[in-house]
Design a protein around this ligand. Structure first.
Ligand SMILES: [Zn+2]
Length: 488
């Protein structure tokens, strides 16, 4: 299989985070009574005219800039004609030859994966993002959970007219994991700038992959479009399956057809859906009911200036100014709220690495178990910083710190309060530790003799006895130092 090359291009549809639809005032709320959020415009009734929701343009602009695209001053809405029961107008208002934004250059980080799927060897990769355009979503056909579904299909048009950003890349990906890393990058970037919730489970981020293989040096092979990819992981698995299927087919002398295939997660395989329509079958033409979409340079500058520091640059800055590894910095910038939390904790603790370690391990585990994001943490960043400081000042040990953190998380109490109540303050006073050591040494004359005769492994025995007698409160660092001195 070594002389085969995989070619992957991706299309993402992200629902823009507006309160109302893109061409009418209907709500975009999810989960309402079917067909309750509809009006003559999104029902496609004759004579109803669309009016562009400017909020969708603003969020589209945020998304475009966050993904390195250039916004066009003038773009055109176009009708994409096709028949489907969830599309009452018989066409979708989209953009075609003059999209809202184009020619993006996006740097992502990608990694190799070992057998268990663990990432290693993170490195930057440049992706050419062909375009991001604005369009409306279609409604939904419902085939489940309603009376007589064996005989009838139902149509819910609450989703019809919801604003989408369609983001298309060049066929730049060579492995399924690169595609995986890209979709995660886009998802995080859209959430980061508030353009979209980008939640694949809720269906407000959907992706499709165009996959083909070729022998290295050959022209592009036959392309298959993969749909029904309901998570980033499913997408990665579907691409793997498809690549293998292509190579097997071609190596056994078979032929591939250009088609759309659906991923079946239960059977872990793809199956054909329909043969691919050619672009011209949509008979695109400019939407006569909407003027060209015109934005000014001032508008673009305003949107750009309002963007927060993006995750890529922020991870880089964390790595450089706080001395973190790339994977630690990446983990701390997985979400904007976590990155904000980290920076506040650094300020409160004065220890960038210590704060990073405590957040990445102990705090993240508690947050995950509770299903919370960092901004909802019962331990405020300043208090996590206070905990790190108590450890740095040797007031408590790292081990004690773990228990203190768990209690702070459960009760919302401050670090100092928990430490005070539990009496867990660490003993670093050498006089007090010396007294305990003397007691231990006096009680273990045999061990002392053996140790002094060269049985150095017994050092651990003494440490253990001292820790036991001090009920775990003695500072292990001081115990080690003092014991070395005393056992000489
Ligand atoms: Zn409407």
């Amino acid at each position: 299989m070594t002389n085969w090359e995989t070619i992957i291009g991706l299309e993402i549809h992200a629902q823009l985070n507006t309160e109302s639809k893109i061409f009418c005032g209907c709500s975009t709320r999810f989960g309402d009574e079917p067909n309750s959020n509809t009006c003559p415009v999104c029902l496609g009734l004759p004579g109803a005219l669309p009016v562009l929701n400017w909020r969708a343009v603003e969020l589209g602009a945020r998304a475009a800039l966050a993904l390195g695209l250039n916004i066009n001053y003038r773009s055109i809405f176009a009708r994409k004609n096709y028949f489907y029961p969830d599309l009452p107008k018989g066409y979708q208002i989209s953009q075609y030859d003059q999209p809202f934004s184009a020619n993006g250059v996006l740097e992502i980080m990608t990694a190799d994966r070992d057998e268990a799927g663990h990432a290693h060897n993170w490195r930057p990769m440049t992706i050419n993002v062909t375009r991001l355009h604005l369009e409306e979503d279609a409604g939904k056909n419902v085939h489940e959970g309603l009376p007589d579904v064996d005989r009838y299909s139902y149509v819910d048009l609450n989703r019809a007219g919801t604003p989408l950003a369609e983001i298309v890349t060049e066929p730049d990906f060579r492995t399924s994991w690169q595609a995986y890393d890209y979709v995660n990058h886009v998802r995080r970037a859209l959430q980061w700038v508030g353009a979209s919730e980008a939640d694949m489970e809720k269906g407000n981020l959907r992706c499709e992959a165009n996959v083909s293989v070729r022998r290295i040096g050959d022209p592009f092979g036959t392309k298959v479009e993969l749909k029904n990819l309901n998570s980033v992981r499913f997408m990665q698995r579907a691409i793997e399956f498809e690549v293998e299927r292509h190579i097997k087919t071609l190596e056994s002398g078979g032929r591939l057809v250009q088609e759309t295939r659906l991923w079946d997660e239960k059977l872990t395989e793809t199956r054909p859906m329909r043969s691919k329509e050619e672009a011209q079958e949509y008979r695109y033409f400019p939407e006569p009911d909407l003027p060209p979409l015109v934005v000014t340079e001032d508008f673009i500058v305003e949107v750009r200036d309002a963007l927060p520091e993006l995750p890529g640059p922020r991870a880089k800055r964390f790595a450089e100014s706080y001395g973190l590894s790339f994977s630690d910095a990446a983990q701390l910038t997985a979400e904007r709220s976590l990155a904000d939390y980290y920076e506040s904790a650094v300020e409160a603790s004065g220890n960038a690495r210590g704060a990073a370690n405590w957040i990445r391990s102990e705090l993240s585990r508690e947050l995950e178990n509770a299903g919370l994001t960092a901004d909802k943490s019962p331990i405020p960043a300043a208090e996590l910083g206070a905990l790190v400081r108590l450890i740095d000042e040797d007031k408590i040990s790292g081990k004690q710190g773990k228990d203190v953190l768990v209690e702070m998380f459960a009760t919302g109490k401050s670090a100092v309060a928990v430490v005070g109540e539990r009496g867990v303050v660490q003993v670093s006073d050498t006089g007090e530790i010396d007294r305990v050591i003397d007691e231990v040494v006096a009680a273990s004359p045999q061990q002392l003799e053996q140790y002094r005769a060269g049985k150095e492994a017994l050092f651990g025995f003494f440490v253990g006895q001292v820790m036991k007698l001090s009920k775990g409160k003695a500072n292990p660092k001081v115990v080690n130092e003092r014991l070395k001195e005393k056992l000489k």
